[in-house]
Design a protein around this ligand. Structure first.
Ligand code: ZN
Length: 467
């Protein structure tokens, strides 16, 4: 401890879990940051004045960092239903204390303007946020805009190889954006599904009358994902730029990225919670539209193969791909997946679902859980160790986690701006009980005690050479 700042809060009696270490320690907080990890029972220097939380039997996790979260996102004819306040409130209930949103420009909008507008919303959050920009088309102002965004702390840029006519970028644009970001310490984060394969498949499905939500899995084949990943990896390798693949849904796609990484390419895999837990059998159920997302849910064997890569180290991060539509929006045009809204609500359930399924269910080490859900997402966004760690100097964003709590997921007890959850009725083990944001208790024993919007945009520094 430096001794200059008074300790304002001590969390005692817990097991601290960081990405590289776990053990018994008391956590001393000074104002908004962690001052020290101390041996259990260490007295507070200077004596009284610090609040104490007895966290016996709990885990102290760094608050989750959700690297993939769409807030109030407009795509096609639909806008998802939350704003920063609602999304971050749901996030903290689920143990996540930093979200990373996207600034996707509307047609004709400059990417730098979209980023500035979205960044200004951070102040409405209950917790902090970082931001991905987005480039769709390259013109002679794009390089300057990327430099402007980077200087403002937006260094990761989303791109798409699908959604033609909306957010899809061509290969020249992707290559130029990668090169420019490489020199700015930034990184392209990319949604890979080969649009020509997807649109041809969809046309064929539609001609056969199989284009409703129940046929979702067939309309966006695994091949489309692997083909696009291979192409984008080749571009990254050719120009020596880092690249991060969002929501990889198949082991084959993950393995392409891992092989490139072994050749020295700075290539990373994000998996999202729903691809790690749910499978395509839901499309044969009563409400297939509630599970329509891109890429779609895959067969059980593919889910298990993807899940195994959490253990091999090949998956770098776990996000939610949170997109908060409600059942009315999902149902309205469920007969045609080409025009209905894609995406699942998940910012609140990401950590508990993955903890229950993989830490409790399959023996994933808690340290690896923290690496996948907090530390690596922070590293991939250039905000580590300010976020994603409980270390001296880190923001005091902490989830006190009860690893043995058994509970059942009920949409009506969640806080996302929707009326359903894809995990309805699922029994889980483990959940956050008390959550701190920059040293303040915002959720105590499962109750929101401080919903004041104090969010900040956390500017991304250069993306590290390795995660
Ligand atoms: Zn997404």
């Amino acid at each position: 401890m430096s001794g200059t700042e008074p300790v304002t809060l001590v969390v005692r009696g817990a097991t601290v879990v960081n990405a590289d270490w776990q053990g018994r320690a008391d956590v001393f907080v000074s104002g908004e940051t962690v001052a020290a990890l101390a041996a259990p029972g260490t007295p507070v220097p200077g004596g009284a004045g610090a609040a104490e939380i007895d966290a016996s039997g709990l885990l102290v996790l760094p608050g989750g960092v959700d690297p993939h979260c769409h807030v109030g996102f407009t795509s096609g004819d639909y806008t998802s239903l939350d704003d920063y306040r609602q999304c971050t409130t749901a996030a903290v209930f689920g143990g996540t204390t930093t979200i990373v949103d996207f600034a996707i420009p509307r047609p004709g909008e400059r990417p730098a303007d979209a980023a500035r507008k979205q960044r200004d919303k951070a102040a409405r959050g209950v917790c902090d946020s970082a931001l991905h920009g987005c480039v769709v088309e390259w013109d002679d102002t794009t390089a300057d805009q990327l430099a402007e965004m980077s200087a403002a702390g937006v260094r990761t840029v989303k791109m798409f190889t699908t959604y033609r006519g909306e957010s899809m970028a061509d290969e020249d644009t992707i290559l130029r954006t990668m090169k420019t970001l490489r020199d700015l310490g930034g990184m392209v984060v990319i949604h890979c599904e080969a649009d020509h394969i997807v649109s041809d498949t969809q046309t064929r499905c539609a001609a056969e009358g199989r284009i409703g939500a129940g046929h979702m899995a067939a309309t966006r084949p695994e091949l489309a994902e692997t083909a696009s990943v291979a192409e984008i990896l080749a571009i990254a390798e050719s120009v020596g730029a880092p690249v991060y693949f969002v929501h990889q849904s198949t082991a084959e796609a993950v393995e392409l990225v891992a092989a490139a990484r072994r050749r020295g390419v700075r290539a990373y895999t994000e998996a999202v919670a729903h691809h790690l837990v749910l499978d395509d059998s839901v499309y044969a159920g009563e409400h297939p539209e509630r599970f329509v997302c891109c890429p779609p849910l895959r067969p059980r064997a593919a889910v298990e193969a993807l899940g195994r890569h959490l253990f091999t180290g090949e998956v770098s991060t776990i996000g939610s791909d949170h997109c908060c539509y409600d059942t009315a929006q999902k149902e309205e045009r469920h007969h045609d997946v080409r025009v209905m809204p894609n995406g699942l609500p998940g910012v609140e359930t990401r950590l508990p679902v993955v903890f229950s399924e993989y830490v409790v269910g399959h023996g994933l080490e808690p340290t690896r859980f923290v690496e996948l859900t907090a530390a690596n997402p922070a590293r991939a966004n250039g905000i580590y160790p300010r976020k994603g760690a409980v270390l001296p100097g880190s923001d005091a964003d902490i989830a006190l986690w009860d690893p043995g709590a058994r509970w059942r997921v009920r949409a009506e007890e969640l806080h996302m701006a929707t009326d359903y959850t894809p995990y309805e009725g699922r029994e889980l083990t483990g959940r956050p009980v008390t959550v701190l944001v920059r040293g303040r208790v915002v959720v105590r024993d499962g109750v929101l005690v401080d919903g004041t919007p104090r969010g900040r945009h956390v500017p991304s520094g250069p993306i590290p050479a390795r995660l």
